[in-house]
Design a protein around this ligand. Structure first.
Ligand code: TYM
Length: 330
């Protein structure tokens, strides 16, 4: 176990996760769990950077854990925990905030985009990447599987860690983002110029993992394409079709070349119905497992042991960072 590389990721419990979240992060974790020492958590502290309904937050957190398991995250191979149950995340975040700069945080793409949408944003929205840095650095993670939208946050984590190490002595491991070739950025099905996102206004643009199967099929069949009829990967000129190719490739593990060959001479209807079959089959498997997990008693057991294990590791790193900065009894 000791010499295995460590992989870690987190997802926010802000709504039912969608195909983009699955392909960008969870599927990668499932693939790496054999090879790496794996950590996956629910980033509930990140979710409150925008207001959350206090009566449903804990339910959404539990649902997300059940979805992790239903997607194939193996509790025997992963440490699964809730971020807010491990106090070292916010403790280290404060230390790191005092080693980060307003300028660099205010230049983050996600901050700029979200703060423009709502001028009355919280300070948490600005310091969000520092909490994410704490999440990663506490565990000496070697790799962080994410979609491309989170790449900049892993990069600033590296900057913060390098800066801290240079100033106070080697304390943190420098992590690398892991981004798959086809799962980088799954796009909205209605408007394939933007990413598939939980906050989208048109529900036809996103497929959540708990969508009704027939509704999911219709969403794929109704996805925006183009006026050509060739199934060809060309993200710039054919974003809709390229997005469906990416989805199909991620689910079936076929390469883009193989898919182009498979659908040579086929019309879009035939292609879309194959993509829909693959999506529906995936959703059905996940939903069957989800339904049995959510009503079983295993979630609390998993979370209790995840809390214990993650807290032990996080405590040691937090104590080291504190000591490096000179916090000790005189
Ligand atoms: P979140 O909850 O917004 O998204 C969870 C994961 O899904 C990926 N993702 C996508 N991938 C492909 N196509 C899309 N359309 C798409 N939309 C979302 C995201 O890149 C992410 O990997 N800040 C993180 C949560 C977090 C975290 C961490 C992640 C907190 N601490 C430490 C890694 C390590 C977030 O908000 O993800």
């Amino acid at each position: 176990m000791e010499d295995k590389k460590r992989v870690l990721t987190g997802l926010q419990p802000t709504g039912i996760i969608h195909l983009g979240n699955y392909i960008g992060a969870i599927k990668q974790m499932v693939e790496y769990q054999e090879k790496y020492d794996s950590y996956i958590f629910v980033a509930d502290l990140h979710s409150i950077t925008i207001p959350q309904d206090k009566d449903t937050l804990s339910k959404k957190t539990r649902d997300l854990i059940a979805l992790y398991l239903a997607c194939g995250i193996d509790p025997n191979r992963n440490t699964i925990f809730i971020q807010s149950e491990n106090l070292y995340h916010t403790n280290l975040a404060w230390i790191l905030e005092c080693n980060s700069y307003f300028g660099e945080l205010s230049r983050m793409h996600q901050f700029k985009e979200k703060s423009l949408k709502n001028q009355n944003f919280t300070v948490g929205l600005l310091t969000y990447p520092v909490l994410m840095a704490a999440d990663i650095l506490l565990y000496d993670a070697d790799y962080v599987p994410v979609g491309i939208d989170q790449k900049q946050h892993v990069e600033i984590t590296r900057d913060i860690a390098i800066r801290f190490n240079n100033k106070y002595g080697k304390t943190f491991k420098i992590p690398e983002p892991l981004i798959t070739e086809t799962g980088t950025k799954i796009l909205d099905l209605v408007d394939p110029t933007k990413k598939m996102s939980k906050s989208t206004e048109n529900p036809k643009g996103i497929i959540t993992l708990l969508d009704d199967l027939e509704v999911a099929r219709k969403k794929i069949m109704g996805a925006t394409t183009d006026s050509e009829t060739i199934v060809r990967f060309d993200p710039e000129n054919k974003p809709g079709i390229s997005n469906l190719i990416n989805i199909y490739s991620s689910i079936t593990n076929k390469s883009i070349k193989e898919i182009e060959k498979e659908f040579e001479g086929c019309n879009y209807g035939t292609f879309k119905s194959k993509v829909a079959d693959a999506v529906v089959e995936l959703l059905k498997t996940i939903q069957d497992k989800y339904n049995s997990i959510i009503s079983s008693g295993i979630i609390d057991e998993i979370l209790d042991s995840g809390k214990d294990k993650s807290s032990k590791i996080a405590k040691a790193k937090y104590e080291l960072a504190k000591e490096r900065m000179g916090f000790k009894r005189y």
